[in-house]
Design a protein around this ligand. Structure first.
Ligand code: KIV
Ligand code: ZN
Length: 537
């Protein structure tokens, strides 16, 4: 064990997916897990299998499709991440987690039980002694399935220190190999959290034989600071999510911790297995699939994170980039609007350039990407890396489609009623046509789509922005919607067992923003249909 190596444990697909509106289909989860593997994370927490048959299936697919080497490949060429499933401290949850993760080359079961007085008393209604017994029993039970067991004392940030040393020591005796210390409600300050980790390391019997992990929430905007303080105190696994998505104000953001450890290596002196050039790509993928936009001023991955617009900054930048830039955009996979290909570039040039950007497409995917590329080149003179990225992301979305947009015609302006005629190719192989009026062109399109698909829903968010600069830029649209029928949209929280309403996100990009709006809406509705098990993908 290298004492300076920090393991990155990504929980985007579990704690991240618990954030309101982040519902993902199992196909999208697999794509994100592949992206996380390219990024080089050490552990993927793929979900909470006991939540529903769909959740179990999502984790099982990741264990099979992402958690193993490909035929003829060795782990020396491409390290395979640990695939982890979350379980409450109950036999039923642990059985479900094992059922899902056992197919991975490196499976892990992560079980948890609250240890703070307020949680034990009001949520669990258990005496502290009963909590200790349950932890011993359930860690041993998980260990009977799997060598790699992680235990978390939920709400550790508000737990009594002596009680924590006791339960953590018992968890180690019962076979836990990673002890994760969560600040579940984002309550601690960096000084407190750092000292909590030091005290645990100093006082827990047997701690030298396990990995100490940290898991912070961002309720006070301190998740990254607390995580870095925990790492400085000796934690060697950090639990994070892409874009910091997660319950309430979110979890610690992967990109912030990774870039802090890398950019300030002289301060931290630590190593990770992350390929930082994959950061922007995974950030966009997660945002597009969840329908949760990234705030423009978000560190590392926000649209303005590397933009230097004020005149004084630009002048300094032209003389020397380092005047205002502490990281090069290329290190996170953001290329300075590189002009890449033109209208006459061929299939080979496209393939080679996509490979350079880290996209390995099979022949069928390449053919489809090339068709879309030619289509775009007819409408847009200069195609940049950002355009290509949007094009590939849209393509990945296509594989999720149940209804496809086959034709769209819109009349709008000041002279009449906004009217849209929509033609969809349905899962029955038939074309369905409908015309509708609306308060504007997008509304008219959505009315027509609703009339064809016939699933009552409420649009809760609609966002549009330009992928690149210029009048011919592609517009990117993300939407989020909820089914009006509650039985389609419900899921259980692992922490408090509460049933919540799911939100379905959709994404698309096109030079025509009405077309992008139609496709994004269809993508969200397709996801709703797939999740409602009407059509399986
Ligand atoms: O925040 C938390 O306490 C959790 C645990 C399940 C680790 O997410
Ligand atoms: Zn959490």
């Amino acid at each position: 064990m290298n004492p300076n190596y920090v393991r990155v444990f990504d929980t985007t697909l579990r704690d991240g997916e618990q954030s309101p509106g982040a519902t993902l289909t199992s196909g999208e989860k697999v794509e994100i897990a592949r992206g996380l593997t390219r990024l080089g994370v050490d552990v993927i927490e793929a979900g909470f299998p006991a939540a529903s048959p769909d959740d179990l299936e999502g984790v099982r697919r990741i264990a099979i499709e992402v958690g193993n080497t490909l035929e003829g490949e060795s782990e020396l060429q491409r390290p395979i991440p640990i695939i982890c499933g979350l379980a409450r401290a109950s036999e039923m949850d642990i059985d479900a987690a094992w059922e899902a993760v056992q197919h991975a080359a490196h499976p892990r079961i992560h079980t948890f039980l609250a240890t703070s007085p307020i949680h034990m008393r009001y949520k669990l209604r258990m005496e502290p002694e009963e909590v200790v017994d349950r932890i011993q029993e359930m860690v041993s039970y998980a260990k009977s399935y799997c060598d790699d067991v992680e235990f978390s004392p939920e709400d550790a940030g508000r737990s009594d220190l002596d009680f924590l040393y006791l339960v953590l020591g018992e968890a180690i005796k019962a076979g836990a190999t990673t002890l994760n210390i969560p600040d579940t409600v984002g309550y601690t300050t960096p000084e407190e959290f750092g000292s909590l980790i030091s005290s645990i390391i100093a006082n827990t019997p047997g701690i030298e034989n396990v990995i100490v992990s940290i898991h912070c929430h961002n309720d006070l905007g301190l998740a990254t600071a607390n995580t870095l303080a925990g790492i400085q105190s000796g934690a060697r696994q950090t639990e994070v999510t892409v874009n910091g998505i997660g319950e309430r104000a979110g979890n610690t953001s992967l990109e912030e911790v990774v870039m802090a450890l890398q950019t300030r290596r002289a301060v931290y002196g630590l190593e990770m297995g992350i390929d930082t050039t994959q950061i922007v790509r995974i950030s966009r993928m997660v945002s597009n699939y969840t329908g949760i936009p990234v705030q423009p001023n978000k560190a590392i991955v926000g649209a303005n994170a590397f933009a230097h617009e004020a005149g004084i900054h630009q002048d300094g930048m032209l003389k020397n980039n380092e005047t205002y830039e502490i990281m090069q955009p290329e290190t996170v996979g953001l290329y300075r609007s590189k002009l890449v290909l033109g209208k006459h570039s061929g299939r080979h040039a496209l393939k080679a350039h996509l490979q350079e950007m880290g996209y390995e497409l099979n022949q069928e995917e390449l053919n489809s990407a090339f068709e879309r590329y030619k289509d775009l080149a007819d409408k847009k003179k200069n195609i940049t890396d950002a355009d290509l990225e949007a094009l590939i992301e849209v393509q990945t979305y296509l594989s999720q489609e149940v209804f496809t947009l086959d034709g769209l015609q819109v009349a709008c302006g000041t002279m009449g009623m906004p009217t849209a005629t929509v033609r969809l190719l349905g899962p029955d192989g038939q074309l369905h046509i409908h015309a509708a009026v609306g308060t504007g062109p997008v509304h008219a399109v959505y009315q027509a789509v609703d009339a064809i698909i016939g699933v009552a829903n409420t649009l809760v968010e609609f966002n549009i922005h330009a992928v690149t600069e210029g009048i011919d830029a592609m517009g990117e649209v993300t939407v989020r919607l909820q089914a009006d029928n509650p039985s389609i949209s419900q899921r259980t929280s692992p922490q408090n067992g509460q049933v919540r309403t799911r939100t379905f996100g959709g994404y698309s990009a096109d030079t025509d923003i009405i077309v992008a709006s139609a496709k994004a809406y269809l993508a969200a509705l397709n996801k709703l249909l797939i999740t409602s098990r009407k059509y399986r993908r």
